[in-house]
Design a protein. Structure first.
Ligand SMILES: *[C@@H]1O[C@H](CO)[C@@H](O)[C@H](O)[C@H]1NC(C)=O
Length: 259
């Protein structure tokens, strides 16, 4: 076996200044890396005791202030309520006028739903599946279900339903919560637990509030279906419930011409 040294080109003589320069560059990089880590660390230490984003077993109450300069509108803020299913409340998403507008737009088209124990109406069909407006009177409810399709037929146009935006167009005096019976975590830890109906206490629940929008995902980040997105509408006990649903599809939803 040949001596490794003999095959090498003659070793270059490193001057001490080259050595110092090399060391300096290495140290600068190390310092930058450490600084970078430090900078990334500061915001997360600011949040203090809020749960880790990847901690899927707890309900997070991270509040992101997204208020804008428009004084006529209520403060818009986002509350993460669950990671399994992924769900957030966009508080004051719609103004009272916008809620009223949607209700009036749908009112003339309301008909008894065959799937839901309530009345539904569609607001035009220009925007894909369109906005669906639902009206629940006392005693009316929506049994727990998934928004995703389990068949091939429905996913042909537009693909799978990926996420749902559920907008509350009215307050409900009692009941009418949106309940996720399969949500992971301590569902009784929500601040509004004591205001929930019996049905609402059957899982993670969101109380309807006029203008609030609930966004939840039917799919996991890896595009598999999320069974924990099972959700239902609790029976209205007192008052009236108006809500509007917008489904987000994976692909573009093309309108079929009536034949
Ligand atoms: C769930 O949360 C409630 C309210 O914070 C608390 O009283 C209860 O002990 C918790 N349960 C569990 C199993 O952690």
């Amino acid at each position: 076996m040949a001596k490794p040294r003999s095959s090498r080109p003659p070793a270059r003589k490193w001057s001490s200044s080259t050595m110092i320069l090399t060391m300096l560059i290495i140290f600068t990089f190390l310092a930058l890396i450490l600084l970078g880590l430090g900078i990334f660390y500061i915001p997360s230490s600011d949040v203090g005791n809020s749960p880790k984003p990847n901690d899927l077993t707890s309900i997070a109450h991270n509040i992101v202030d997204r208020s804008h300069a428009d004084e006529n509108r209520e403060k818009l803020w986002v509350e993460v309520i669950s990671w399994e299913p992924r769900a957030s409340i966009y508080h004051n998403f719609l103004s009272a006028e916008e809620c009223e507008y949607l209700i009036n737009l749908a009112k003339p088209h309301m008909r008894k739903s065959t799937v839901v124990d309530s009345k539904t109406g569609k607001t035009g069909d220009k925007h894909g599946e369109g906005l669906q407006v639902l009206h629940y009177e006392v005693g009316q409810k929506y049994e727990p279900h998934h928004d995703y399709f389990k068949d091939e037929f429905n996913t042909k146009n537009g693909g799978q339903r990926m996420a749902t935006v559920l907008m509350y167009l009215s307050d409900v005096e009692e009941g009418g919560e949106t309940v996720f019976p399969s949500a992971k975590g301590n569902t009784s830890a929500v601040p509004w637990w004591n205001e929930l109906s019996e049905c609402g206490k059957g899982g993670l629940s969101v109380k309807p509030k006029m203008g609030d929008a609930l966004l939840f995902w039917s799919m996991n980040p890896d595009a598999t279906l999320d069974p924990s997105s099972l959700h239902g509408g609790c029976p209205v006990i007192r008052g009236n419930k108006w809500s509007s649903t917008k489904w987000m599809r994976v692909h573009e939803y093309k309108i079929k011409q009536p034949s």
